[in-house]
Design a protein around this ligand. Structure first.
Ligand code: ATP
Ligand code: MG
Length: 435
């Protein structure tokens, strides 16, 4: 790289470094320590992307950092990280981490011991990818890029720092990060680095499922999840993390493009769509599939909200194979979903390669017109029933409400209290006698 380019890069970084980061580095430097901005924010600034959190790395020990600043919090002190608090907002809280080298990772999860007091290059050397191993010293306006990070950014490629097999095996999460960055940065994974993934899959299996799902979630939130997903499929990352799904994917590129086409909030459902049963009845939610997906996603420690949404989406994705939808059928189908899953279901159907317009349009109409799709939407409550029919509380109330809802789904014009109470009266005789 020529000097002119290096000057330009430094000017870019000097302008991008937030005042708070500069202030932290200046104070450390004035006390005789080395202090640099490093990691994701430096990478993103060089890419012209909005940088996330700026991280500072320093030669000062955690205790020296704590002594130097008025307010700090020992957020990750065992890893050498101290949070320096300059103000109230998040941008005024800077993570400062002591340069560290890493010992062996005998369990592939956490280093056996962290070594402090190493030079900056050694700290950069333990980082995962070359593009994440660039440091900038804002006080001395110095760029520290020992592995060619700027060149990788220019060539839009991801390479492991050093030997890919060794680096990926040390910490199995790194293969997930490589996949995620392929999507997030829209970079290509260097073939030699990709070839290092296979040997690291046993390490990936030992990584906590929380950390694995963080990477999946971040991949799904990018513009083109497919970039990472096809890598996950062909390197067997997917086989390691979601074996049941992996077995069901016939056409990886079609599977991954469906995820791209889906809007972000339904992407986890789109990802798992191949788990749907191709033989299932299109007219109904497939509860067996819902349960199967719940088990899979809970094991990966996705939140309850994420699990419930994705499970119902996969349980209903096959509906778009149905044809000739009547309004009653569409209302019944939507009534089988939780209220907050109905619009997402439509959004998932919209990501089909050939969307089922008849189903989508009718479903949109049902939602807009606000038809009753759940017992709560009925014009009468269980209490009304008990008063009007002089019934005691008990299971027959619930049974009558279910039957009333079924009628209202068939004919929405029945949803007024007078008609419902009349219908309930007749039902009470039937239900009462049947019970
Ligand atoms: P983003 O914050 O945009 O997700 P990032 O690159 O900043 O991406 P962080 O998890 O914030 O990622 O980590 C900050 C830096 O720490 C990375 O840029 C990288 O240098 C290093 N790093 C993070 N995780 C690992 C890991 N598992 N192995 C090696 N180095 C890592
Ligand atoms: Mg970061």
């Amino acid at each position: 790289m020529t000097d002119a380019t290096e000057d330009q890069v430094k000017r870019l970084l000097a302008a991008a470094v937030p005042a708070t980061v500069r202030e932290v580095c200046a104070k450390l430097a004035a006390a005789g320590h080395q202090a640099v901005a490093v990691g994701g924010a430096v990478r993103d600034a060089l890419l012209g992307r909005e940088a996330g959190d700026w991280d500072v790395a320093t030669s000062a020990t955690p205790h020296q950092v704590i002594a130097l600043f008025r307010r700090t919090a020992p957020t990750g002190i065992e890893h050498g990280t101290v949070l320096v608090i300059l103000g109230k907002d998040d941008a005024s809280k800077i993570e400062v981490t002591t340069f560290r080298g890493e010992g062996a990772y005998s369990d592939a999860r956490r280093p056996d011991h962290v070594r402090f007091g190493v030079p900056l290059v050694e700290d950069l050397q333990r980082r995962d990818l070359v593009v994440n191993a660039i440091a900038y010293d804002p006080i001395n306006d110095q760029l520290i890029d020992p592995f060619g990070g700027r060149e990788d950014i220019a060539r839009r490629r991801l390479r492991a720092v050093g030997d890919p097999v060794a680096r990926f095996t040390e910490d199995g999460l790194r293969v997930m990060r490589a996949m995620r960055f392929a999507s997030q940065l829209e970079f290509d994974l260097d073939p030699e680095t990709e070839a290092g993934i296979a040997a690291a899959l046993p390490s990936l299996a030992k990584v906590s499922r929380e950390r694995v799902s963080v990477e999946l979630r971040k991949t799904l939130a990018t513009r083109q999840p497919s970039r990472g997903l096809v890598i996950a499929k062909r390197t067997a990352i997917l086989l390691s993390v979601l074996p049941e799904l992996d077995a069901r994917i016939d056409d990886p590129s079609e599977w991954a493009s469906r995820v791209d086409r889906a809007i972000p909030r339904v992407r986890l459902g789109a990802l798992l769509a191949p788990l749907a049963d191709p033989e299932a009845d299109p007219l109904h939610l497939d509860r067996e599939v819902v349960n199967r997906v719940l088990v899979i996603l809970r094991a990966l420690k996705f939140s309850n909200l994420e699990c419930d949404l994705a499970a119902q989406l996969v349980g209903i994705v096959h509906a778009s194979r149905g044809s000739e939808w009547t309004p009653v059928q569409v209302r019944r189908l939507l009534s089988e979903l939780d209220r907050d899953k109905r619009v997402p279901a439509i959004e998932l159907w919209e990501s089909d390669r050939t969307p089922n317009r008849a189903l989508i349009e009718e479903a949109r109409r049902v939602i807009t017109e606000g038809h009753a799709l759940a017992i709560k939407d009925l014009a009468i409550t269980g209490k009304d029933l008990m008063t009007a029919l002089d019934m005691a509380p008990g299971p027959s109330i619930g049974r009558i409400l279910v039957l009333l809802l079924e009628r209202v789904i068939e004919d929405p014009s029945l949803n007024d209290s007078k008609q419902l109470l009349q219908a309930a009266q007749r039902l009470e005789l039937e239900v009462g006698h049947g019970a």
